[in-house]
Design a binder for this molecule. Sequence first.
Ligand code: ZN
Length: 278
Amino acid sequence: MKLGNIELHIISAGRLLLDGGGMFGVIPRPIWEKKMQPDARNRITLSMNCLLIHAGGKHILVETGAGDKMNPKVRDIYGLDGPFLIEGLRAHDLRPEDINIVVNTHLHFDHCGGNTRVENDQVVPTFPNAHYLVQADEFDHAMRPNERDKASYLPENYAPLGAAGMLTLLEGEHIVAPGVELIRVPGHTADMQCVKLEGGGKTAFFFADLVPTTAHLPLPWIMGYDLYPMTTLENKKRWIPEAVREGWLALFAHDARVPAAYVRERDGKWEPEPVTVD
Ligand SMILES: [Zn+2]
């Protein structure tokens, strides 16, 4: 898909199975299972959707999936069947060396695990020529996670980048390239960032974990994992109506069936109208 001079693709970095209760917070299972049927271990099927953006002469990657550093037991817990990111890039004639910028919306493992890989028993950057862009306070938190979220923050995914001087730590809003803007949107974590693309009179908005799937469009459907659910609620009220009103293309980080959609209001409800991006 093109937005003026910006070219946008969606690449899945593979499948992720997460607990349905964790994904839907206060929504009871009899209600959410009508939208997403869980498996025998109560897990629902998600995708780790990454964006490949060509803008301002740069190849920009948003999110890197879970990567391939996890052991078989953990891969089984999360039902990981990737990674497909490098293969996905190859389909666009790109090698890891070709990526100029990597954006992590936040540093949970399913968004940044592909940042690094193992080579000769060493953890090394997967994208050796890239600047990795993360909110500074998200990085600080990720280096000292708490008892509640330390299962999601795995330092091997980002600490080596800091040591190699490849991290650019951001303080709020940041323009990555013409028409590519990062916006701090707290709630899921204190310093998550979303990505807004604008070009040719069109706008696309990557909701990251603010609205991880189309099932999460209704306001009370907020993940149990969120550290600040009331802030998530406020930011859903801020960003979803704007996307509806302005006809933005909404991009969803974890929807396995509908990674991109226009959100329409029908009978007082927000409904996705799926769009094929690639
Ligand atoms: Zn997350």
